[in-house]
Design a protein around this ligand. Structure first.
Ligand code: ADP
Length: 261
């Protein structure tokens, strides 16, 4: 949606996100709101044929933080207004502004996540424009439990998830896996239903029957060898399904989506 707005104004919207993952313990919808507000302002306050650069990187000023920067070549913020733009209902006089709530709410959301939001106008080394940055503390990567009695399948599933940076544990019995889930709030299970269904069914029953675990994400690997009982339990609890253990991108997406829910 932002790209479309940029095109309408003939703005260059350049997004630089390295091919790696950062893990942040956050309310994803709220952080999305921050991004929409800040990029929305850059679109609003940058005249035609301007430029907006969005960058995600390790925060060079804070250890173990990820930083999102939104820099525009727009009209800028007058020095006297700079300290006030994060106050509720503040807008700069003659500009076509909105409610004056966007930056105030964005700063509150970032503060509540233990992060920092800063605004510089003009950006250092530039004659005009604005850069809004927010930095969020990194959390320990979530734990993905791979529950399978087939060591080869477990290894195939482990590989792409380990590359994404998740912590991984391979489990072969219900009790150990349930203990791990109880001990780690940020954890989930990838269940192998391709051979025997006792292990997978056991886990699903325990997770769905335990109040503290009922919302814990589950992903099921199913295949031609999956029993009718396995298929039924996967359907009944609407568990996200992976049909091919070698489909790395599907696996990574299912796991990432599971944590975002
Ligand atoms: P609004 O809904 O008015 O955009 P915000 O809280 O998001 O409210 O912003 C407050 C004011 O800060 C805006 O009205 C505008 O004057 C100024 N501002 C915010 N972002 C920018 C920007 N990227 N460039 C210039 N001015 C900005």
């Amino acid at each position: 949606s932002m790209r479309f707005q940029a095109e309408q104004k003939s703005l260059v919207l350049n997004v630089t996100i390295p091919d790696r993952r950062w893990f942040v313990d956050c309310d994803a919808a709220k952080i999305e709101r921050v991004v929409l507000n800040v990029v929305g302002n850059a679109l609003k306050f940058t005249p035609e044929r301007g430029r907006i650069d969005v960058t995600v990187e390790d925060d060079p000023d804070r250890a173990r933080h990820v930083r999102v920067s939104v820099q525009d070549s727009g009209v800028g913020i007058p020095p006297a207004a700079l300290s006030k733009v994060t106050l509720r209902y503040f807008t700069v006089g003659e500009q076509p502004s909105g409610s004056g709530l966007g930056l105030a709410i964005s700063k509150e959301i970032v503060d509540l996540h233990g992060g920092v939001l800063t605004i510089q106008s003009p950006p250092p080394g530039h004659a005009r424009g604005t850069v809004v940055r927010f930095s969020l503390p990194l959390s320990e990567p979530p734990l993905v439990l791979i529950v399978s009695r087939n060591a080869e399948t477990a290894a195939v599933l482990r590989e792409p998830l380990a590359r994404e940076g998740y912590r991984i544990a391979i489990r072969r019995d219900v009790e150990t896996a349930v203990t791990d889930l109880m001990n780690e709030d940020s954890s989930m299970v990838v269940l192998d239903f391709t051979e025997s269904d006792a292990l997978g069914t056991g886990i699903v029953t325990r997770v769905k029957g335990t109040k503290a675990l009922v919302n814990r994400p589950l992903v099921a690997l199913t295949g031609p060898g999956s029993s009718e009982a396995a298929r039924k339990i996967v359907r009944t609890f609407a568990i996200a399904e992976l049909h091919d253990r070698t489909n790395e991108s599907a696996l990574c997406k299912l796991v990432a989506d599971a944590f975002l829910r």
